[in-house]
Design a protein around this ligand. Sequence first.
Ligand code: C5P
Length: 205
Amino acid sequence: MIIAVDGPAASGKGTIAKALARHYHLPHLDTGLLYRAVAATVRRMELDPEKEADAVAACDFDELTLADPGLRDDDVGQLASVVSAHPLVRAALLQRQKRFAHQEGGAVLDGRDIGTVIAPDALAKLFVRATPTIRAQRRHAELKNRGSTVSYDQVLADIRARDERDSSRSAAPLVPAADAALLDTSFLSIEASIAKAIALVEARR
Ligand code: C5P
């Protein structure tokens, strides 16, 4: 049972994927963390993302690396969206994600291209979205909670820039799979979003 959860930044896909994994007792992979780990390494080692990011991506990021809370920072997300546009970076991370998706018993993965590239054979595909302003409000509140002083306008500008980069790239752009169920969380609470997601998965079983 593979469940693919795709969508733009701060759409709620991560929260929904985690809840689905709990509900169905499946392992969960937040694939954005892989691209974030590549971005963090590129920055730390002062590498050229154009030339050297694929070598970094080929390293085996373990659970410990992926648990680093610094990976969640907004600037890491921005750089992740730059490095992730490179076909070599995507290729280096492909097998690992496919293996995770196709493990015995199934899995839940969230990202941008799970339903289209990593697991086109997924039982259920959800494409989670929300308006840019609502996503910016959520992300701004989350960052403020973590002590950041970034302005709402800056967060909104970052979200729009990342949407544009993720959607317009030629390698695995952010688009719903043809057979994905759309879930708009703009006016739904977290609980309501999760209930809707479970109902959509049940409809595919
Ligand atoms: O989902 P998250 O915001 O953590 O992802 C960070 C960046 O990684 C995204 O903006 C996107 O460019 C990239 N990404 C991707 N494919 C995925 C997951 C993330 O290209 N499956």
